[in-house]
Design a protein around this ligand. Structure first.
Ligand SMILES: CCCCCCC/C=C/C(=O)SCCNC(=O)CCNC(=O)[C@H](O)C(C)(C)COP(=O)(O)OP(=O)(O)OC[C@H]1O[C@@H](n2cnc3c(N)ncnc32)[C@H](O)[C@@H]1OP(=O)(O)O
Ligand SMILES: NC(=O)C1=CN([C@@H]2O[C@H](COP(=O)(O)OP(=O)(O)OC[C@H]3O[C@@H](n4cnc5c(N)ncnc54)[C@H](OP(=O)(O)O)[C@@H]3O)[C@@H](O)[C@H]2O)C=CC1
Length: 248
């Protein structure tokens, strides 16, 4: 079952996938806004009615807008937290309560390269770091039910039409190439094969882990953001700390 909000995009994606699988009847799509609890509950129950089981859950839905943190409205902040953190939580919880608690299963959460913060996207950085941590907690709580849960963290480096449109610049990803040790963008297949590995028995001994698929980018430097030159940071020395000395 493939689920997201936009019916037209869903139909296009599943039609494309059907051309490449041996049992196209076994693929379906359904509208669901992961920010809406009832819609998530309905997605999981409908999937169970349609297919009779739920072996895997992949939480890939996500997104954000670029802006400085001080300019975020509460509504904008909540939109990003609900999409990337709350939506993932709701899907995990419903999959567990409706199926995986009794039957086991595997969950993979897609997060992002947020290890050094994400300036201009601090809302999504906070939400993705939270999902990284949620993944660890759920791995411990749900191990006794035979559930494994891991994350995949793509670098800021997989060309996405939606992102390019959203950020208003088709070259937005290419700007990052100099900061990626492998000196190229990643491919969608380089993410999906990591997800398939984590879903497969080949990773049966891996849980609570996050695989970074970022060409080494997270080791090297942060994204296209420069801290402007400034003189706002005052050094601390004991010698100059007259205020503390006077209180001793
Ligand atoms: C700079 C380096 C770029 C490198 C890439 C970084 C790596 C990450 C890559 C990716 O994640 S690729 C994924 C690409 N997909 C997207 O980015 C999708 C983007 N957008 C969305 O999904 C949605 O716009 C949203 C951000 C989740 C908001 O969803 P929605 O519109 O449904 O929310 P509402 O509840 O209606 O709230 C809207 C609210 O949000 C604020 N807002 C939205 N867009 C902007 C914006 N461009 N600037 C400032 N604020 C924004 C705003 O408060 C909106 O409220 P209103 O003003 O409309 O009342
Ligand atoms: N491309 C990149 O370089 C990177 C991508 N990522 C993450 O990887 C994932 C996939 O990215 P990518 O394919 O590039 O991005 P896209 O924007 O193309 O895909 C995001 C998907 O999430 C769905 N979605 C968004 N909000 C909701 C919602 N509230 N409920 C249900 N579905 C929703 C959208 O479908 P619809 O609009 O139909 O709801 C869309 O299909 C995202 O989480 C993204 O943030 C992370 C780091 C880098």
């Amino acid at each position: 079952m493939v689920a997201s909000r936009n019916e037209e995009r869903l139909r296009k994606a599943t039609d494309e996938m059907k051309k490449n699988i041996t049992s196209p009847a076994e693929l379906d799509h359904m509208q669901c806004n992961i920010r809406k609890e009832e819609q998530v509950q309905n997605l999981i129950s409908t999937t169970l009615k349609r297919f009779g089981k739920l072996d895997f859950l992949i939480n890939n839905g996500g997104g954000q807008f670029p802006a400085r943190a001080e300019s975020f409205s509460l509504k904008g902040w909540n939109a990003v937290i609900e999409t990337n953190l709350t939506g993932t939580f709701l899907c995990c919880r419903e999959a567990y309560n409706q199926w995986m608690n009794d039957n086991g299963g595997v969950i993979v959460n897609i997060i992002a390269d947020m290890w050094k913060g994400i300036p201009m996207m601090s809302h999504t950085g906070a939400a993705r770091a939270a999902v990284d941590n949620l993944t660890k907690s759920l791995a411990l709580e749900w191990a006794e039910s035979g559930v494994r849960i891991n994350s995949v963290a793509p670098g800021s480096s997989i060309y996405s039409e939606t992102a390019a449109a959203n950020y208003g610049d088709p070259k937005i990803f290419a700007y990052n190439i100099p900061k990626i040790p492998l000196k190229r963008l990643g491919t969608v297949e380089e993410i999906s094969t990591s997800v398939c590995f984590l879903l497969s028995p080949a990773s049966a001994y891996i849980t609570g882990e996050t695989i970074k698929v970022d060409g080494g980018g997270s080791l090297y430097s942060t994204m296209i953001f420069e801290v402007p030159d400034h003189k706002k940071s005052k050094a601390y020395t004991w010698k100059d700390d007259e205020e503390t000395k006077s209180k001793l």
